[in-house]
Design a protein around this ligand. Structure first.
Ligand code: GLN
Length: 304
């Protein structure tokens, strides 16, 4: 399969159609990014990297980091984790607080903000120096020292973090939050503010395409059964209230972030990351989703 040719075709076709959205500005620092950035990187299971456009330019991975933190926490807590967070699509925006009250402080899934805050809280309970541990973990599974925290983005989100702070207090009221709220929020904003390129991200997702084994770290990161479950969660919940549409149009497990990145995997074949900062109203990158739709069309395979 000539992946390089295919991703170049995809890249050119998306640029030609040029679908537009709006750069996230609720985190003011994110609004400074160049809206025309666009890159694609695909990594096959031999570790060969195919890239086009701005595939080596670091960007704010935001909620894509929720896959990395979930992986770490799931590995430690195993199925006990699911007493604190559910595994159902929410059908609501990523930052919605509404369901938390009806569902007694158990978030719908680990990828909406409320669920990710529970995951980060669990991580803080088990790991000393959690930010360092998350960075070390991502560096290891990417096979290189690629992670950098953008402190301007982190502080920008922290200064406008009322919703996430409210959610953390709400979780605490339901006794689903063990650590100091400020400490956990600091870790959460830090992992969301990590910068990586499409190449780094695609490498860091490779183990999910490979039954849990990372060819970059040369070890099993999670069991095959955990890898399958993380992929199931990405497929059903990775794009918030647009997860159905992503499954319909693209058909791969994936995760988006409001920095405009999307990382996805085709199990037993490849991992892929795309970045373009302009988002639709659901907070998912317009060009990145379009690129992945064209990719699975052209390759004529998806999960289905
Ligand atoms: N840090 C962002 C937030 O909590 C992440 C959201 C996202 O990427 N969807 O709002």
């Amino acid at each position: 399969m000539d992946y390089q040719k295919v991703i170049e075709e995809v890249y050119n076709e998306v640029l030609e159609e040029n679908p537009r959205g709006k750069v996230a500005d609720y985190i003011p620092e994110l609004a400074h990014v160049d809206p025309d950035r666009f890159g694609i990187a695909l990594v096959d299971l031999n570790g060969k990297v195919y890239g086009v456009g701005d595939c080596e330019v670091p960007f704010s991975i935001q909620s894509i980091s929720k896959v990395h933190t979930l992986t770490m926490v799931f590995h430690v807590f195993k199925s006990k984790l699911w007493s604190r967070v559910n595994v159902e699509p929410s059908g609501n925006p990523f930052n919605s607080i509404a369901q938390l009250e009806f569902e007694k402080g158990i978030p719908r899934n680990p990828f909406i903000n409320a669920g990710a805050l529970v995951i980060t809280d669990a991580l803080c309970s088990k790991f000393e120096e959690p930010i360092k541990q998350i960075s070390d973990f991502i560096n290891e599974i990417s096979g290189q020292n690629c992670v950098n925290i953008d402190h301007q983005v982190k502080n920008s989100e922290k200064n406008h973090g009322e919703r996430n702070t409210a959610m953390a207090y709400f979780l605490k009221a339901y006794k689903n939050f063990d650590n100091e709220i400020a400490e956990v929020l600091d870790v959460y904003f830090s992992h969301c503010a990590m910068e990586m390129s499409c190449v780094d991200l695609a490498k860091s997702f490779s183990f999910l395409a490979n039954d849990g084994y990372s060819i970059f770290a040369n070890r099993e990161i999670v069991s095959e059964s955990h890898a399958r479950r993380i992929n199931a969660l990405m497929l059903t919940c990775g794009f918030y209230d647009e997860s159905g549409e992503f499954a319909f149009r693209v058909g791969l497990p994936g995760k988006s972030g409001v920095g405009g990145g999307v990382a996805a995997v085709m199990p037993h074949k490849f991992s892929v990351a795309v970045w373009s900062p302009e988002l639709n109203e659901k907070g998912n990158s317009v060009k990145s989703v379009k690129a992945l739709e064209l990719l699975t069309d052209k390759l004529s395979f998806s999960l289905f």
